[in-house]
Design a protein around this ligand. Structure first.
Ligand code: 5GP
Ligand code: MG
Length: 181
């Protein structure tokens, strides 16, 4: 796997390898299996970024489970826009269901903070968050995050579902922006 990747006008370098991701996803799957055995949890993947992580995390679990997807916010370029829109809603009724919200990355926490407040109104049995990546230094909104793949520094990253203006989602590793000196 290549150590660098060029997307549009920017250069990225590898931060987390494919092997490291796969190992961590397996561990998270084992944790979820233990926690949710006989609860038939509903994985709620947040599109587009979490599509690969959701697929891998589900397959790392060994239990009865279901999946649905939402599409929430716009994230144009490198900065969070502050705009929360539910563009695509859940098809599944979540009342009395055990939800596992699956995110690619939590930055400020704004997206999930607002989304979870909306979900609670529909009275699920429980809500947990599973995120592949967390930027602890960037977190601004209160959020209980149950399952974290990796804490990363406050860098812009792509790969494994994450994009820079739609490029880079197909990469099997996580790449960080190389900043100009
Ligand atoms: P938050 O609402 O937590 O500030 O932002 C969460 C969303 O912003 C993520 O789901 C993701 O779509 C986007 N985001 C935050 N940081 C990054 C990043 O470093 N790279 C990419 N590609 N998207 C990010
Ligand atoms: Mg996302």
């Amino acid at each position: 796997m290549s150590q660098t990747f060029a997307a549009h006008d920017l250069l990225f370098k590898m931060m987390i390898s494919e092997a490291e991701i796969q190992e961590r996803v397996k561990e998270m799957g084992a944790e979820l299996t233990a926690r949710y055995m006989d609860k038939n949890p509903l994985f709620v993947g947040v599109l587009n970024g979490a599509f690969i992580f959701t697929a891998d995390l589900m397959r790392a679990c060994n239990l009865a489970c279901e999946v649905d997807f939402v599409r929430i916010s716009s994230y144009a370029g490198l900065q969070s826009t502050g705009q929360i829109d539910l563009i695509m809603e859940l098809k599944t009724s979540i009342k009395a269901r055990h939800l596992i919200i699956v995110e690619d990355i939590i930055d400020t926490g704004r997206t999930l903070h607002h989304f979870i407040a909306q979900l609670k109104k529909q009275e699920p049995a429980s809500i947990a968050i599973a995120t592949l990546l967390l930027k602890p230094e960037a977190l601004e909104y209160p959020l209980d995050i149950d399952f974290i793949g990796f804490d990363i520094p406050n860098k812009f990253v792509i790969g494994y579902g994450l994009d820079y203006d739609e490029q880079g989602r197909h990469l099997n590793a996580i790449y960080q922006l190389v900043e100009a000196e």
